[in-house]
Design a protein around this ligand. Structure first.
Ligand code: ADP
Length: 234
């Protein structure tokens, strides 16, 4: 469609600019990190008086470097493409959970699993894990007062092609139809200062590169389900 065409042109343009800018930003960040460490050492015990300020500086520098990494991944995904292997999707789900355990504990979220898939996927393991972590972290953000995170895998055909799905479902705030239409747009976020709006657009890029598809269904006030479909490994 025209909308998709405009979007892919927009993405290509953003990608080129972004890759250049992100590379340029990386160096001064590294220098700042080094300088901060030196200042802390020179101050010795007095550094304790500025404990809060040091922590904030560390956090903010870390945050900038995370944004830059995400921008680079988004702008130059081919540089991040690694080994593509066959995996049982449930094992990738299992590997993703420890990475978000602290967030699950903090928000009092119960995890339910249903590993029914018998088919294997063909994908770079780190990338699939990145997609799942993105989806899980979004689900956790949607349940600030706790809830249930449901992670399921199942064999499923799509348009006659054999494949499987990984579902990430939450009982969180949900989304209106209007919001749902925008979530895969690059830089679209409702998380004012904490969001980059890149998680879902990067996830979509990674999944479609493997011939897969990512979709979402949501009911405001009830929750959201993201479904990742991937073709079965031959
Ligand atoms: P970010 O998380 O940095 O905002 P994403 O691309 O991952 O970027 O998500 C874009 C937006 O989609 C979020 O800001 C949020 O509004 C919405 N969203 C994503 N996942 C969920 C979810 N599980 N429940 C409700 N809203 C969601």
């Amino acid at each position: 469609t025209t909308k998709q065409l405009i979007m892919s042109e927009k993405l290509a343009a953003i990608g080129e600019i972004t890759a250049g800018v992100a590379h340029e930003i990386n160096n001064p960040i590294a220098v700042m990190q080094g300088n901060l460490e030196v200042v802390r050492q020179v101050m010795g015990e007095r550094a304790d008086e500025a404990r809060t300020e040091f922590r904030l500086l560390d956090e903010q520098i870390h945050r900038i470097s995370q944004i830059v990494t995400k921008l680079l991944q988004f702008a130059k995904p081919e540089e991040y493409a690694g080994f593509v292997e066959r995996h049982a999707p449930a094992s990738v789900v299992s590997d993703s959970l420890p990475l978000v355990q602290h967030l699950l504990n903090k928000a009092e979220i119960r995890v339910e699993r249903d590993d029914a898939a018998t088919r294997l996927v063909l994908m770079n393991r780190t990338e699939l894990q990145q997609v799942l972590v993105n989806l899980i972290v979004n689900a956790i953000h949607a349940m600030p007062d706790g809830g249930v995170l449901r992670l399921a895998t199942a064999d499923r055909d799509l348009d006659g092609r054999p494949g499987l799905v990984v579902e990430v479902a939450d009982t969180g705030v949900g989304m209106s139809a209007e919001l749902l239409r925008k979530v895969f747009d690059p830089f679209f976020t409702t998380k004012r200062k904490d969001g980059t709006g890149l998680g879902l657009s990067i996830s979509q890029t990674l999944i479609s590169r493997q011939g897969g598809k990512i979709s979402a269904a949501s009911t405001p006030g009830e929750g959201t389900t993201f479904t990742v479909w991937l073709p079965e490994a031959a």
